[in-house]
Design a protein around this ligand. Structure first.
Ligand code: SAM
Length: 228
């Protein structure tokens, strides 16, 4: 395990990698997104027939655009200015540049409630993950859902990791150059489940997402509701 990272390193890496990420998504370079995970998160959100969705860590805004196509109102928030500018250029939806940390400090970005709050591969931090999951509870309509898609903690690639800790994504598998490695905080499945319980969430659904052909597990989608 790598050590000595903080959530600020994650923000810094996305600021440096924004253009590479846009190139990656514009060209459909991530196969798992095309064949499975984009459709899976869209379906997981639309299943709840939301009127309004908050897309946290929205990146260049693809999920907001897909939801807009289905008549769903969206607000997308991300810490990377270049990504937010690109999202707003691609479609005139509501996008705001703010980090989770700024929201946690009380920046008044969110002043409404949502039926669904979604994090699609956007919860990488050690400190901000529990904190932002707690904060967003205030922005949920009664009976609303928090939906998280993340790398499957039980993927064989993490078989030797029994404890939570930092990992560096070096983007070596990408078809475009990423200027900065991205540290992210790995949590084994029991740690995720404990976290949800500590924060007062019930886990309504856990959906493993597999590759349609070779059936290997790619991601997992957690659907959470506030416990009574
Ligand atoms: C792997 S990308 C996913 C983007 C988008 N959700 C998607 O599905 O394409 C992770 C996103 O999380 C954002 N992010 C990471 N840390 C953040 C933070 N502390 N506050 C806000 N956004 C953050 C990054 O800027 C990046 O856009």
């Amino acid at each position: 395990m790598e050590k000595n990272f903080t959530d600020q390193n994650i923000i810094a890496s996305w600021n440096q990698n924004s253009q590479a990420w846009i190139t990656t998504l514009d060209n459909g370079y991530i196969e798992s997104r095309k064949v499975a995970t984009n459709a899976a998160i869209l379906e997981a959100v639309l299943r709840h027939h939301p009127r309004k969705v908050l897309d946290m860590g929205c990146g260049e805004g693809w999920l907001c655009r897909q939801l807009d196509d289905q008549g769903v109102e969206t607000l997308g928030i991300d810490c990377a200015e270049t990504l937010i500018a690109n999202a707003a250029d691609k479609r005139r939806l509501r996008f705001v540049c703010a980090s989770y940390e700024q929201l946690l400090e009380g920046e008044p970005v969110v002043t409404e409630k949502f039926e669904v709050i979604v994090f699609n591969y956007a919860l990488f931090g050690e400190a901000h993950t529990p904190a932002i999951l707690q904060l967003v509870q205030h922005w949920l309509e009664p009976g609303g859902r928090v939906i998280i898609q993340t790398l499957d903690p039980q993927h064989p690639a993490f078989a030797d990791r029994t404890e939570a800790g930092w990992i560096q994504e070096d983007w070596a598998a990408m078809q475009t150059v990423y200027p900065s490695a991205m540290p992210w905080f790995y949590r084994p499945l029991p740690d995720w489940l404990d976290l949800f319980e500590q924060l007062g969430y019930s886990l309504e659904n856990t959906t493993p997402v597999a590759h349609p052909e070779h059936k290997s597990r790619i991601s997992v989608i957690f659907t959470l509701v506030k416990s009574k």
